[in-house]
Design a protein around this ligand. Structure first.
Ligand code: ZN
Length: 517
């Protein structure tokens, strides 16, 4: 027995030694290969040939974009030597590619490599199907209304979506093969089985242009005891389609055990932008300090029945980081109300045709960034300007015009840049001015890239911020679906309260935040 155990122990030790030996061999082999490759990279008999790559040695391109071979040049004692290029980039597939450049003359050989990474920076898009009348009784399981996930690279990802319910909120998350993550949420409509349920046909918000008749879409009421109570719904309030303003209608019902339910519908009777506004008035406000504490916030004015007068205040809607899959819908909304906005674009994005449309429809197309990669952009003045120029080229290509308005990634007051380059914001703000550019920050943040998670919060943040200012430069992101969802309501609210919407131009209030790096 003792012997057997000893033997067993020895066998285990031998196996362990064997394993360590094999691992050591593998590590050694890897080292040999690494050293070999490193040596080969610099292989150069006498280092006599100078081989220079045109463009960057390490580069990344967006999947689907065409890889442009920039080539290389080689010189041996002042004489040009032909360069052979081998290897290719399959830009339809994400991955890392190596292009090899070889120059050979008079017995000398020189080799260089370019490393090309095909990236996918576009996150998947999750679309939720929502039945406005769906509800789940408290205590019952939510029945999914439907969802779809698509990705520019992976195609249909619906099967990969992970759902998680917490506190009545369902979160849908999906990751594409490059690792981009998208999450969207829905609030489940849980209802009390003892209370009647009111359902507003046509939704809680209604937008009509002045002069159009308001047609009541109706409100139904059902109850688990009493059945259909729709005929007993009491509607209070009035809407006059000829007088612009924000109207509310109240709907109420009480069931046979005395439990009541109420709902409210907001109807925006919207004046035309042309009628509501005088042309973009010059700013008298100090743009560096746009807050006026004496200005009362005006949230729900005017009282229905009063005429809307232009209030002398201007809203500059600005959208960063697009174009994206929601930009076309945003342009439809802006068009419907004759409202002009400004787009600070990310040059590397898909959907560049939206830029053409935006420019054609009178919006301002301006520079934000090409890559939006802070470590790259703020590495040096040169790399910032290269990123700016790349964005400028995209704009020029798709709109036929040069953009002279810019917005720094992170704003001019960002301090993240100091991690990469001390003092760069101080230099860049001066440099842009020298080059004839005007940069814009913002004074109203929708917070759609921060705490705001749905259209209601975006609407609240924007309208509360705008109400306090004479000139509001509003920051939103048209890459966020819920932020685009809020735009129609923001416009309707603004027009009904006498605001003027305008696109930024060279003389608009710049709202500079101040420089911290
Ligand atoms: Zn941005």
């Amino acid at each position: 027995m003792e012997d057997v155990r000893l033997l067993q122990k020895e066998t285990d030790e031998t196996a362990m030694k064997k394993a360590i030996f094999i691992i050591s061999l593998c590590v050694l082999a890897l080292m040999v290969v690494t050293v070999g490759v490193t040596a080969f990279r610099g292989l150069d008999f006498g280092n006599a040939i100078t081989l220079t790559l045109n463009g960057a040695q390490n580069m990344s391109i967006e999947v689907g974009e065409t890889y442009q071979e920039a080539g290389a040049s080689a010189v041996l004692s002042d004489t040009e030597v032909p360069v052979t290029v081998s290897g290719s980039v399959d830009s339809a597939h994400i991955g890392d590619y190596l292009i090899k450049y070889t120059a050979q003359a008079n017995g000398y050989l020189r080799t260089e490599y370019r490393y090309v990474r095909v990236v996918d920076s576009e996150a998947p898009v999750i679309t939720l199907t929502t039945d406005p009348n769906a509800y789940t009784l408290i205590g019952e399981t939510y029945v999914e209304e439907g969802f779809k996930a698509t990705d520019n690279y992976d195609g249909d990802l619906t099967q990969e979506v992970v759902r998680k319910e917490k506190d009545g909120i369902m979160t849908y998350t999906v990751t594409d093969s490059y690792g981009n993550v998208t999450s969207v949420t829905r609030k489940i409509n849980y209802v009390d089985p003892n209370a009647p349920i009111l359902t507003l046909e046509g939704g809680q918000l209604s937008f009509i242009m002045v002069g159009d008749n308001y047609e009541e879409p109706g409100c139904t009421a059902t109850d688990f005891r009493d059945g259909d109570l729709s005929a007993n719904v009491i509607v209070s309030g009035d809407v006059d389609g000829n007088i612009p303003g924000i109207y509310t209608l109240q709907y109420s019902i009480t069931n046979s055990i005395g439990v009541a339910a109420t709902k409210e519908r907001t109807i925006y009777v919207i004046p035309k932008q042309e009628e509501a506004s005088s042309p973009d008035a010059p700013s008298t406000e100090n743009p560096e300090n746009p807050d006026d504490p004496n200005m009362p916030p005006i949230i729900n004015l005017p009282t229905p029945g009063t005429t809307i007068e232009p209030n002398g205040k201007t809203i500059y809607l600005t959208f960063d980081d697009g174009p994206g899959p929601h930009t076309d819908r945003l342009l439809d909304i802006l068009k419907k109300y004759g409202v002009k906005a400004s787009f600070f674009i990310k040059g590397a994005n898909a959907h560049p045709q939206c830029l053409t449309r935006a420019a054609e429809e009178g919006h301002t197309v301006a520079i934000h960034t090409y890559s939006h990669n802070y470590s790259e952009i703020y590495a040096s003045d040169e790399s910032f300007l290269a990123d700016l120029e790349a964005t400028q080229n995209v704009i020029l290509q798709h709109t036929g015009q040069k953009a002279m308005l810019t917005r720094f990634p992170g704003g001019s007051s960002n301090t993240v840049s100091s991690a990469y380059n001390k003092g760069i914001m101080t230099r860049l703000t001066k440099k842009l001015e020298e080059l004839g550019y005007q940069y814009f920050d913002w004074n109203v943040d929708s917070n759609d890239a921060g705490g705001a998670k749905d259209a209601d919060e975006v609407f609240k943040n924007v309208t509360e911020g705008v109400a306090k200012r004479t000139n509001s430069v509003v920051l939103q992101h048209d890459t966020r679906e819920f932020s685009v969802d809020a735009v129609e309501r923001i416009i309707a609210w603004g027009l009904c309260n006498g605001y003027t919407f305008a696109a930024l131009d060279f003389n608009s209030p710049t709202c500079h935040h101040g420089i911290w790096n």
